[in-house]
Design a protein around this ligand. Structure first.
Ligand code: ASP
Length: 431
């Protein structure tokens, strides 16, 4: 029997619009409306988000092991890994550079009066102190800590704690490589198991996405109801606009140009294929929670072979954050401008270097980019308490930068697949 299926991006868009309407209505009711949203609407969004996060780890394990074992020889893996890193780092540096050019041209800091500055610093002092403390505890562990963190001492602990995706990737890659190296007859049974597991997880994602409109509606409604006041948004308008123009440049100019040059694909092909993941990233502000849908969009919508997608995307969700790095560049200079710190060329180069590392180190969860911004500020000698100036509008910008983060991952996956002859025409229409 034929059933009518509304494309996923329309379903998510409908959820977003419904959430926007409900959120505005609730916001109009004042504090009691906000309490209602927190108690009765937000939990449905949290359930949806948790379901997506729940699937991210098993999906990485099953698809990565299946993908690597399908490579048959390790040199192909290292070739793919090398190219992936090259493109990830290049796009990140490009993003920060665009952000820096824009913030230096638009000078959003000059639109903030001393009075507004003092007001923000007072209003958000407690929250910024809290974030600075979290960032300090991360930094206190020495320069090689990220390398040590890559290797889990206990697989189950890594799988159960949030933000340990790189550890899961490390284990799965080692497992996949070992599978290639053992006798084929023994490996086959394990490979078949992971192929089956991968199919089950993909079906589970389809099931979870059936409630996507409700989940997205709940997330958006709660966000709008809890949104900052209009005065704050207007005060920070030029800063927000600078970030958004930069993000739009990445999404609508840089990525399409890259897929055109390196994969001979059109802009429309890229956007149409990745749209559901972009909308979900926007609604959830988490690349990790969006990963299951990004994987489906990239394989089904963009035609990237699963062998490539299963390696490039989980790694990208964790370390490739072009939107985040661009935002960190703009925010760092904006804060310096407002606080009256003069930044020379050397400082701007330091921003490129530290924001690259900070975006790699940012976890794929809401607000992680803001935490790592503190490290960028410290590197250029700007008072980290200055994050108080950007806190109020961080969430809406987080939504936009997360959408760009997943688009960047999809772009690089398409390019890598094209280079390896692993880009197929669209197999089945996306959702
Ligand atoms: N929320 C972003 C992500 O998950 C990270 C950040 O910029 O805060 O990709």
């Amino acid at each position: 029997m034929k059933t009518l299926r509304i494309p996923l991006h329309w379903q998510i868009l409908a959820g977003m619009l419904a959430g926007l309407g409900i959120g505005l209505l609730i916001a109009g009711l004042g504090q009691s409306g906000r309490d209602f949203a927190t108690d009765w609407i937000k939990p449905f969004g949290t359930i949806f988000l948790n379901m997506l996060k729940l699937l991210a780890v098993p999906l990485i394990i099953a698809s990565l092991i299946k993908g690597i074992s399908g490579l048959k020889d390790i040199s192909r893996l290292s070739r793919m890994g090398g190219r992936t890193m090259l493109f990830y780092i290049t796009t990140t540096v490009l993003a920060i550079t665009i952000g820096l050019v824009l913030v230096n041209l638009m000078q959003p800091g000059s639109f903030i009066s001393a009075e507004t500055r003092n007001d923000f610093m007072r209003q958000f002092a407690a929250t910024s102190a809290d974030r600075i403390q979290s960032a300090a505890s991360q930094q206190a562990r020495g320069p090689l800590a990220p390398l040590v963190d890559l290797v889990p001492e206990n697989f189950f602990q890594a799988a159960s704690s949030n933000g340990q995706m790189l550890q899961i990737i490390f284990f799965s890659m080692l497992f996949g490589i070992a599978l290639i190296l053992i006798e084929e007859t023994r490996a086959q049974v394990v490979i078949s198991f992971f192929e089956g597991l991968d199919a089950v997880i993909l079906k589970m994602i389809d099931l979870v996405m059936m409630i996507a409109p409700i989940g997205v509606m709940a997330l958006m409604a709660a966000l709008i109801a809890e949104a900052p006041s209009l005065d704050i948004l207007i005060a920070l308008g030029t800063y927000g606009l600078t970030v958004i123009i930069g993000l739009a440049t990445m999404a609508f100019l840089v990525y399409p140009l890259l897929v055109r040059i390196f994969a001979r694909q059109s802009w429309f092909h890229l956007i149409r294929g990745i749209l559901p993941a972009q909308l979900l990233a926007f609604s959830t502000s988490s690349s990790a929670a969006t990963l299951p849908v990004t994987m489906e969009c990239v394989t089904d919508g963009l035609g990237v072979d699963e062998e490539v997608a299963s390696f490039v995307l989980p790694v990208g969700a964790t370390i490739n954050m072009d939107g985040t790095s661009l935002y960190q560049g703009v925010a760092a200079v904006f804060i310096a401008q407002v606080l009256g710190n003069d930044l020379g060329l050397a400082d701007q180069i330091t921003i490129v270097l530290t924001a690259t590392l900070a975006s790699i180190g940012s976890a794929a969860v809401p607000g992680a980019g803001l935490l790592m911004l503190i490290i960028v500020l410290e590197a250029i000698g700007v008072n980290p308490a200055g994050i108080a100036l950007v806190l109020a509008v961080d969430r809406p910008l987080d939504m936009c930068r997360t959408a760009v983060n997943v688009t960047g991952d999809a772009t690089v996956a398409t390019i890598i697949a094209a280079g390896l002859g692993k880009l197929h025409p669209r197999q089945r229409s996306s959702q």
